[in-house]
Design a protein around this ligand. Structure first.
Ligand code: SAJ
Length: 418
């Protein structure tokens, strides 16, 4: 008989992963306290509101708060399990910046009790879960942490990487298989019991470092494959072929599945996590590093193409459609579309740049500073434009009447209007 989890869960970090995890546990009858350093976030969640757009999340949050199972606080309470779901960005040298993970352990340590489970969900380089255990041990010398003693630890520590796809979080949170890597076998069993509360997929238990590496591998795999598609698009452009047609044909082979080229790779995961692999084995990560280079170069390549086209017009107006890092979400973090608009505006101050992004109400700060950039509805932006650059394949743009594009130069980086 599998072990059952009972008790209270504290989740540190109420972002794209922490909040959905909190809600999914709360709606299954677990008492959950969401903890965040941002008071506005805590206030919003406590009122049953969601501070970002994710399908089906808003209704679930307001339901869980109304049921009384989900509360939010800036203080970390005593709990039976702690889940750390804070950002792990990289520093300038591409090494993982673990300062938020460290801060979370400092918040947990004072309230930690014998029998507690501490789970790191944040994507992290191999060895970070053990580091969390070490930090907790330093802060609480009265407790035995699992990095010092196999089997008889007072507190259980594990890594359980999130794997949900933004835009499908509420579905994938429940249906995806889950990797649970314990610092000891017992740590893995205790953490698995918590995920069994809501996870309908297979729970795969392993050691912490393998779980950490597996998560990085998943995102590096995708990054390398997107880089292949992006490189094909550059090659096709150079030799005068339609990359979408080439990929469509190649993908009819039973063992070929080329991904989709685009204006670059954005978001806070795929553009970041491969660096954590490069960081731990720099000399052996040549392919992974090269893929990052190909994907990171794509936004500049798009800008160069657009500027070349601008040469055909005396006072060109460019409509850039989409700002988010991918379709149908409002997340602008690390978005290649934002970088492209910024580079276009900066390199040609005389260029009239109209931006349409139906999922935001104002331009991000890095674009607001340009006098030649304005946010408009897509029909207005396209009507004013000589050149239309499709940067995000939002459904909103897919359904736009093609007749609006007549007489315009169209640069479709996503192949949406083929
Ligand atoms: N992209 C392309 N071409 C493609 C697919 C994606 O250009 O064929 C671009 C997107 O437009 C976007 C970027 O890549 O800019 C990343 O988008 P994505 O949908 O591939 O991934 P994310 O970053 O939204 O979520 C990923 C997922 N990882 C994998 O699919 C292996 C998700 O399951 C992870 O949980 C998430 O990273 C994470 O948090 O790590």
């Amino acid at each position: 008989m599998d072990e059952q989890f009972t008790g209270r869960v504290a989740i540190l970090g109420l972002g794209y992963i922490g909040l959905p995890t909190a809600v999914v546990l709360a709606t299954r009858g677990i008492e959950v306290v969401g903890v965040d350093v941002n008071e506005a976030t805590v206030k919003a969640v406590a009122n049953g509101e969601v501070p970002f757009v994710e399908p089906d999340l808003a209704v679930a949050v307001s339901g869980a708060v109304a049921m009384g199972n989900l509360t939010a606080s800036t203080e970390t309470p005593r709990a039976d399990a702690f889940i750390i779901a804070v950002p792990t960005p990289f520093a300038d040298d591409h090494q993982a910046d673990l300062r938020h993970v460290r801060a979370a352990t400092e918040q947990i340590a004072p309230v930690l009790e014998r029998g507690n489970v501490v789970i790191l969900e944040s994507t992290s380089p191999p060895g970070t879960t053990e580091q969390v255990s070490r930090w907790l041990g330093e802060l609480r010398p009265d407790l035995v942490l699992p990095h010092t003693s196999e089997g008889v630890a007072d507190v259980h520590v594990a890594h359980c990487p999130e794997r949900v796809l933004p835009g499908r979080i509420m579905i994938e949170m429940v249906t995806n298989d889950r990797v649970v890597g314990g610092l000891s076998r017992r740590c893995g069993e205790r953490a698995a019991a918590l995920y069994r509360v809501f996870c309908q997929g297979t729970i795969l238990t392993t050691d912490a470092a393998s779980a950490e590496m597996a998560k990085l591998v998943e995102n590096a795999y995708r990054d390398v494959n997107i880089a292949f598609a992006n490189e094909l698009s550059n090659i096709s452009e150079e030799i005068g072929l339609d990359v979408w047609e080439v990929i469509r044909l190649a993908n009819h082979h039973p063992r070929v599945n080329v991904l989709t080229p685009g204006p670059g790779v954005g978001g806070h995961c795929i553009a970041v996590d491969p660096w954590f692999i490069v960081g731990v084995a720099p000399d052996s990560s040549r392919l992974i590093r090269a893929a990052r280079g190909v994907n990171d170069a794509k936004p500049h390549h798009v800008v160069e193409q657009v500027l070349r086209t601008c040469g055909r017009f005396r006072e060109p107006t460019v409509a850039c459609l989409g700002l988010s890092y991918k379709a149908n979400i409002d997340d602008l973090r690390e978005s290649p579309a934002v970088d492209i608009v910024a580079e276009l505006a900066a390199s040609r101050p005389d260029l009239d740049v109209r931006v349409a992004e139906p999922l935001v109400t104002r331009l991000p700060l890095e674009l607001e500073m340009f006098a030649n950039v304005q946010l408009q509805g897509a029909p207005e932006a396209v009507a004013a434009a000589d050149i239309v650059v499709l940067l995000v394949d939002h459904d909103h743009f897919r359904s736009m009447s093609r007749s609006r594009l007549a007489g315009k130069v169209v640069y479709d980086t996503r192949g949406l209007w083929r």
